[in-house]
Structures are given as structure tokens and as C-alpha cells.
Design a protein around this ligand. Structure first.
Ligand SMILES: NC(=O)c1ccc[n+]([C@@H]2O[C@H](COP(=O)([O-])OP(=O)(O)OC[C@H]3O[C@@H](n4cnc5c(N)ncnc54)[C@H](O)[C@@H]3O)[C@@H](O)[C@H]2O)c1
Length: 284
């Protein structure tokens, strides 16, 4: 309890999945939470749940790919809670990635741009404007959610892995640039996480078995991923910056040479027909 007492956390994509689990956990640990989410229903629901539980939270409708929207969210955080101490980035259009990402040779350019707009440009804009607020505040901590797929490669996810790879690269250079302002920057890299948009795979027995086979431990719920983000966001991690931390149930620890990943996942059949040339597992 109280590991984030007195701090304000701006969490993107906090209406669902890892972002929502982070919002609930950070609030329980004493942070005021700004729920920065594009979906007003889910965003307001999370902020209300935090307030109902006695915490402090504000939903601000945010499109992380839009500069004005991100500036507005940071301004609301400063007005309402006095500043931004923590940025935890999770926003992603996971259904778009799962359905439309592909090998570069088959990838629509518009899909590539849409994925990069939310994931890489989104993290850039949030780091820029939340970072400026942290400089005004005298310090802070950023935690970016990456993916092991950007570290070990994954067929059929070229837009997603490139965008997340950019986020992981920026983690290091930004940490170097912001250390003088007492701002730490780290990333977490999950494997597969059982969040809502992944239910389409986890609810299918064949896909579920294949996904599980890629991990050493049970595929985790988002609640098992966010304690690492909490630690990195807290002052307990005061000596850690510029690093990427796997929270992947063993996904990256061994090579699944016996698993043909490209063939293994049961994508919905209509998608397989539509994107038959370059099948991929769901994003992680
Ligand atoms: N679930 C996994 O298997 C997994 C694995 C590794 C990494 N990740 C990463 O974790 C993060 C969260 O994934 P999740 O599974 O919790 O997804 P999710 O769909 O449950 O949550 C993502 C949230 O982002 C919001 N969002 C989408 N576009 C937005 C925008 N432009 N501005 C603001 N919000 C926007 C969505 O509305 C949604 O609420 C993503 O960055 C994802 O790439 C997920």
C-alpha cells in the first residue's frame, strides 16, 4: 500500500486490459490516476471504479496519436492533480493488429501507418508532453509497454514489431536524454497476456493450447503483468533507467523450434481466407 502515495499517474489505454489493471493497481497504491483512453465508456467506467473504491481518478478522452489531444490530457492532469509524476503507456488497437498486420510483403501501407500512429507516435507524443510536465514537476518515471515480439521476432507482425521496436529503442535514448531532469524511462515486455482482445484466441481450445506452448508459465492475466510496471514507476526503482524488463511467462527464454508458429494459431477462418498468404499468431 502507498507505494505511489502523493503521485499522479497518466495511463494510456487504461480502459481495458493491461492499462486498466495498471490503473486499478496504481490507484490502490495511492496514485491519482488519469485514465487516458479513446473509448469514453470504458475510460469513464475505470475512473468511476477507482473513485468508488475511494481513490482519485479522472477520465480524459485521449487519442494518443493526436498532439492536441495529448496536450489537453496533460493539461487536465496538471490542473486537477497538480502535475504528472508517472506515465504508463498501453494504448494500442489490438484488434487491428491481430486482424490486419502481416508480413511486409503483404502489408497494407495504410494499416502500417495506423498501427505506427497509435503505438510509436502515441508513445512519442505522451513522452513529449508528459515529459515536459515532469520537467516542470522536477522529476518522474515513464514505463512503456513493449512486447517480446519486438525483441525476438514474430512472423506476420511487421508493423507491430517495428512500432514496438521503436518504442524499446526510444526507451534507452529518452532515458539518456531525461536523466538530467531526474526522469527515469523503462519498458516492460510482455509475452501473450489474456486481455479482452485476445479472448478470440484464448476461447478457442486449439489456439489456447498453441499459445500456452509458447510460454513456460501459464499465460498471465493483465493483473500479473502490472506489478512490474508499479515497481518501475515507484521510487523503489530509483536506480533503474533505460532498461527493458521481460514479464513474459518465459516466452523469450527458449526457442520453440518444435512449434511452427505461423501455422499454429487458429485465426478465425474468415480472416485466414482474407489474409491467407502470410498467417501470423496474435500480437503479444
Ligand atoms: N495482450 C497481449 O497479449 C499483449 C502482449 C504484449 C504487449 N501488449 C501490449 O500491451 C498494451 C495493452 O494491450 P491490451 O492487450 O491490454 O489491449 P486492450 O485492447 O485491452 O487495451 C488497449 C486500450 O487502448 C485503447 N486505445 C486504442 N487506441 C487508442 C488511442 N489512439 N488513444 C488512446 N487509447 C487507445 C483501447 O480502446 C483499449 O482500451 C498494448 O500496447 C499491447 O501492444 C499486449
Amino acid at each position: 500500500m502507498d507505494r505511489l502515495k502523493g503521485k499522479t499517474a497518466l495511463i494510456t489505454g487504461a480502459g481495458s486490459g493491461i492499462g486498466r489493471a495498471g490503473a486499478m493497481l496504481f490507484a490502490r497504491e495511492g496514485a491519482a490516476v488519469v485514465v487516458a483512453e479513446i473509448n469514453p465508456d470504458s475510460g469513464e467506467r475505470v475512473a468511476a471504479r477507482i473513485r468508488d473504491a475511494g481513490g482519485r481518478s479522472l477520465f480524459v478522452r485521449t487519442d494518443v496519436g493526436d498532439s492536441e489531444s495529448v496536450r489537453n490530457t496533460v493539461a487536465h492532469a496538471e490542473e486537477t492533480f497538480g502535475g504528472v509524476d508517472i506515465l504508463f503507456t498501453n494504448a494500442a488497437d489490438v484488434p487491428l493488429i491481430n486482424l490486419r498486420d502481416a508480413c511486409a510483403t503483404d502489408l497494407d501501407e495504410e494499416v502500417f501507418d495506423r498501427i505506427h500512429r497509435v503505438i510509436l507516435r502515441g508513445v512519442f507524443l505522451c513522452a513529449k508532453y508528459a515529459g515536459q510536465a515532469m520537467i516542470r514537476r522536477g522529476g518522474g518515471a515513464m514505463v512503456f509497454t513493449g512486447t517480446v515480439d519486438a525483441q525476438i521476432g514474430c512472423p506476420g507482425l511487421d508493423a507491430y514489431t517495428a512500432a514496438k521496436g521503436g518504442v524499446l529503442a526510444m526507451t534507452r535514448s529518452l532515458a539518456a536524454g531525461l536523466a538530467r531532469y531526474h526522469i527515469r524511462v523503462n519498458a516492460i515486455s510482455p509475452g501473450f497476456v489474456a486481455t479482452e482482445p485476445q479472448a478470440v484466441f484464448m476461447d478457442d481450445p486449439v489456439s489456447r493450447e498453441q499459445i500456452q506452448a509458447l510460454h513456460l508459465l501459464p499465460v498471465p492475466p493483465p493483473e500479473d503483468v502490472v506489478p512490474l510496471a508499479l515497481f518501475l514507476a515507484s521510487d523503489e526503482a530509483r536506480g533503474i533507467t533505460g532498461s527493458i524488463h521481460q514479464v513474459d511467462a518465459g516466452y523469450a527464454a527458449f526457442k520453440c523450434a518444435h512449434i511452427d508458429v505461423m501455422e499454429s494459431i487458429n485465426r478465425p477462418s474468415r480472416e485466414r481466407e482474407a489474409h491467407g498468404r502470410c498467417e501470423s499468431p496474435p500480437s503479444s
